[in-house]
Design a protein around this ligand. Sequence first.
Ligand code: MTE
Ligand code: CO
Length: 398
Amino acid sequence: MVGGAAHAGAAGDPLITQVQDWASGHGDGVDATPYGLPVKYESDVIRRNVDWLTADTISSINFTPIHALDGTITPQGCAFERHHSGAIDLSKQDYRLMINGLVDQPLVFTYEDLERFPRENHVYFCECAANTGMEWAGAQLNGAQFTHGMIHNMEYTGVPLRTLLQEAGIQAAGKWVYVEGADASSNGRSIPLEKVLDDCLVAFKANGEALRREHGYPVRLVVPGWEGNLWIKWLRRIEVMDGPVEAKEETSKYTDLLGDGTARKWTWEMDAKSVITSPSPQSPIRHGTGPLVITGLAWSGRGAITQVDVSVDGGANWVAARLAGHQHDKALTRFYLDTDWDGREMLLQARARDATGYVQPTKNALREVRGMNSVYHNNGIQTWLVTPNGEAENVEVS
Ligand code: MTE
Ligand code: CO
């Protein structure tokens, strides 16, 4: 039994011994909630901004409350958003998808057209390349939501982009596609054809229901394992080309300036990464010593997570955590370490390993290779300092 909980009833707890209001009359009828929202007691499980990052909310970002979620699927209603020119209203009726460029037959699809192609379902994470980017110079933001919350994980329903391109007929000279959205920013990106033909999806449902407006309704591109910026929302046009466009979002942005002044470019894949979501600064230990569930998320853009190790002493010793639930390639994996806490200070860390054998590096190992100018692709090991009162804080160990 956990920490004396079994004795509460015996002590005459009125919640056990007395008939409560909710059992003395009827609850709400089935017509009260045509579409359900989270219960009022969970009203703090919401997207949040970082003020100094969000002076302008149109070209901006908010963060998934990963510290308060469990399992692996992110509800659309609290999944982080990143817009370059705001979320737009685009109806299915007004939706058009054009395929042009180096194709035998340029095509325009309506939403209904897309629904008539064979479709698939896949669970994938979408991580903004800038996730954890504010932590390059040292521990800064106090909460897993802010350090690692530019990520979500959904089950997508859609048509493989391969199928639509085959319908148009890719010409021999076609080696890349340029994809853009219907919003003013268009967020244009170049993607090599091999990736497009491999696993990209033209998706119209997420977690079983229509995409929410802020995630690209009615149609978005899903680019499994690759940086979120490529996941074009309100997908409007796909041009088959013989080379990349070198557009703004792939030159001045989404490249990493190295220590020697040169830039790392075409850094599409998201390297293996993990974070402990609880305990964490926004999810402190409130129950004192004894049984403690340490939990978090791990993911890799290169395939499945094969192992997650947890350290309570800043990386000196590691124990393998329990990987829970279904394991999908390029999707979030939930891990648990069911442990006993003696009330001592902990330096909590998680370290992910993926199917390629790659092991998540320390932040300092990353800095040695990448210098200090980077923002994107920070997958270094995160440390939470948990103090004897159960509070947690973002720190770094050397
Ligand atoms: N697509 C369009 N059309 N416009 C955008 O601003 N932002 C990109 C990408 N696709 C963007 C876009 C970025 S940087 C990211 S990280 C993801 O969408 C975020 O997707 P989300 O808002 O559904 O979380
Ligand atoms: Co992004």
